[in-house]
Design a protein around this ligand. Structure first.
Ligand code: ATR
Length: 275
């Protein structure tokens, strides 16, 4: 019987995951079917999918927290993120993972050839997206990681979590946007949800003074206000989250199927030009 996988969310018609995974399955000669589930009652919907023989799920908004509660085992990354973007079903066991952060780092370091090691890194936003990237960022040993947020307490909480990680020597600081005045960074990430509303976080162009890469975690929105600001400030390399999407999908595929597909063809297929 063909193995069943799916992505669950609401709304879900926009999801690129079925396309991505059908391309991976074809390239890796894996017999699997990957569909969309419009979720309503998460536990009921997932129970039904498992009863139909479902092997694994991707989870998208608004169910990443519900998935955390549903799972019986959580990876360290999922625990730290407090959110789940992939699940694997092994009999009664429901194993939860979060590949968003590793996917992001893989895109930056491998696809975009921008190592984080020794760099001054700015992350704007302290919500779920920033939280998910925290451990994978620390693993790359940047010289400095600054988390900026409108509500400083959320950035402080993430900085505190990061600074409490055993074995990490990365200096992690929190800041308001006003406090970034006069500071410049090598790599700047927009992990806020501002671009989904075509808004710009209140950051000044000075943060890009020595910037080699401006990365927008949202994808498919073209030149967002953040990327436009970076472009006008002379940042040479601009990227959106399309590579992150493909890389987190490849991590999940590997976790489910035991082989990591190449992402280049998928990235080429789903990229929306920035300009
Ligand atoms: P996600 O899961 O996408 O990270 P989230 O957890 O709701 O979503 O977090 C949204 C993040 O975007 C928050 O850091 C939020 O900042 P506040 O905590 O200060 O509200 C940030 N955000 C949203 N709109 C923003 C805007 N226009 N400017 C700056 N930050 C914004």
């Amino acid at each position: 019987m063909t193995d069943q996988y799916a992505v669950i969310g609401n709304p879900i018609t926009q999801s690129k995951s079925p396309l991505i995974h059908s391309m991976f399955a074809q390239a890796c000669r894996q017999d699997l079917e990957y569909t969309r589930i419009e979720g309503h009652d998460f536990a009921v919907d997932v129970d039904a999918f498992r009863a139909r023989g479902g092997r694994g799920l991707h989870i998208t908004a608004p169910f990443k927290l519900a998935a955390f509660a549903y799972a019986t085992e959580h990876s360290e990354r999922a625990k730290l993120a407090g959110a789940v973007n992939a699940m694997r079903f092994d009999g009664e066991h429901v194993v939860a993972e979060n590949f968003d952060g590793v996917g992001l780092v893989r895109d930056v370091v491998h696809n975009l050839s921008c190592p984080l090691k020794g760099k001054r890194v700015l992350v704007m936003g302290a919500g779920g997206a920033a939280r998910g990237a925290l451990l994978p960022f620390l693993a790359e040993s940047p010289a400095l990681l600054v988390i900026a947020n409108r509500h400083l307490d959320k950035a402080q909480e993430l900085a505190h979590i990061a600074n409490s990680q055993p074995g990490s020597s990365v200096l992690v600081k929190s800041a308001t946007y006003a406090e970034l005045e006069g500071q410049a960074f090598d790599i700047v990430f927009n992990a806020t949800s501002a671009s989904l509303k075509a808004e710009l976080p209140p950051v000044s162009a000075g943060v890009f003074a020595h910037c080699a890469l401006a990365y927008e975690l949202a994808y498919g929105k073209g030149l967002t206000p953040f990327l436009r600001l970076a472009n006008n400030a002379g940042v040479k390399k601009l990227a959106d989250g399309v590579g992150m999407l493909a890389e987190q999908a490849a991590e999940a595929f590997d976790w489910w199927r035991g082989m990591r597909p190449d992402t280049a063809a998928v990235i080429a297929k789903i990229t929306v030009p920035l300009v």
